[in-house]
Write a new protein. Structure first.
Length: 416
């Protein structure tokens, strides 16, 4: 069996899809983070491990597959088949760019984001974040800078380590029930929850196939009460676990589209995955429903004073204007315009992170680089896409419908 034939015997898209999967597995032998999930034929992965392919050979094969895709006439096909063709084309372009990076080619932050994730991240000047901090200034009690006061204020809302599992289990249960009422889930879907340490991220979903995930929560730093719902929804329901389960069920299994048995992390798929996972929090908890649930259930389980919940979320929601501070820190750091210390200081000042959390974030940037755009830009693109189709906050049923359609189809960032 070959990893990817030099000249496919047919221009049929299924054969190109199979070659794409094998190329992803080959890239994974050069980049241990590239293959985020794989549940296709085991012998394909075994072959990739036993028969390594050079980066240059992978790049040549990727461009040949792109050329073959370009010869397929899809003008008379149904929309989802056209989406499949576009998806494969862009995933292959992204793969070729990642291979060039691994071979030593340098990209700026913006060039890398476009090449890998099919998106153009916006630029925000420092004045934008200063203005946002001025609006927060009068809301956060105490003395010192806004960042110092926010860090002290937030510390009283940390979940005690001994209560962490009870809080997360309750949050996950609520997220799952709300999702189940609006999205038909595979009958045998399930996940395992683990608490880990010494990771550059706060949470991770490792999808195993057959509707099964391993969700890991990093306990290196304090976990605040808002992170329970954030991580339960983002990593689980209706986020990554549901997204991967539906793609597997509807595209990989029902349609036999083998390209959806592999998930290349540094690819356009990640912007859709992270964007829908973040937006899914709003979908599952519209309006005041999140605060009401947390006051009623999570705050008591964590042993926290629920009377402060509403004010906590007033302040927390104001901080959302600072989300793009992460991107500016990554852009400056990766483009060589900020030192590590300056990037950490930027995150402390404008993303309101503790010094330890800022250090963790820069470690994340070291590993995942421009991937940071997938969280904030991805969320905004997904929200706008769903809103434009009638899935606005005041129409939750339509919002769920559009969200379900999006996470069950091969969409690209540029298509949003």
């Amino acid at each position: 069996m070959k990893i990817a034939s030099g000249q496919p015997s047919s221009d049929h898209i299924d054969e190109i899809a199979e070659s794409y999967v094998k190329l992803v597995l080959s890239v994974g032998e050069h980049d241990g983070d590239y293959v985020d999930a794989y549940f296709g034929p085991p012998d394909w992965r075994e072959y990739a491990k036993a028969n390594p392919v050079s980066l240059d050979t992978i790049r040549v094969h990727a461009h040949r597959l792109l050329k073959n895709l370009g010869t397929i006439d899809i003008s008379s096909h149904e929309e989802i088949e056209k989406l499949r063709h576009q998806y494969l084309s862009q995933q292959l372009r992204s793969l070729a760019s990642r291979v060039e990076m691994l071979a030593g080619k340098s990209f700026s932050f913006d060039e890398e984001a476009r090449a890998l994730y099919d998106a153009r991240p916006p630029h925000y000047p420092e004045t934008f974040f200063k203005d946002a901090l001025r609006k927060l200034d009068g809301l956060v009690p105490g003395n010192g800078t806004v960042a110092q006061r926010y860090d002290r204020y937030r510390s009283s809302f940390a979940i005690p380590i001994g209560k962490l599992d009870a809080v997360f289990q309750a949050a996950i249960g609520e997220c799952r029930e709300r999702t189940r009422l609006n999205i038909p889930l595979p009958a045998d879907e399930r996940f395992t929850l683990e608490y880990v340490s010494n990771r550059p991220w706060s949470g991770y979903n490792w999808y195993k196939g057959n509707g099964v995930s391993l969700i890991q929560i990093n306990t290196d730093l304090p976990i605040y009460i808002d992170r329970a719902i954030d991580l339960a929804a983002h990593e689980g329901y209706p986020g990554h676990h549901v997204y991967n389960s539906l793609l597997e069920a509807h595209l990989a299994r029902e349609r036999g589209w083998v390209e959806f048995t592999v998930y290349a992390l540094f690819s356009p798929q990640s912007l859709i995955a992270e964007g829908t996972a973040n937006f899914g929090i709003e979908v599952a908890f519209p309006g005041k429903e999140r605060v009401e649930f947390e006051q009623r259930t999570l705050f008591p389980l964590a042993g926290l004073d629920a009377s402060g919940a509403e004010q906590y979320y007033v302040i927390h929601n104001f901080t959302s204007a600072l989300n793009y501070a992460h991107n500016e820190a990554a852009r400056g750091y990766l483009d060589g315009k900020m030192t590590r210390d300056q990037a950490e200081e930027w995150l402390v000042t404008y993303a309101l992170m503790s010094p330890d959390r800022a250090k963790q974030r820069v470690r994340f940037i070291d590993v995942y680089r421009s991937y940071v755009i997938n969280y904030n830009l991805g969320q905004d693109l997904v929200r706008n896409y769903v809103d434009l189709r009638g899935g606005t906050a005041d129409n939750p049923a339509k919002r769920w419908e559009e969200f379900k359609t999006l996470i069950s189809s091969p969409r690209l960032p540029s298509g949003l």
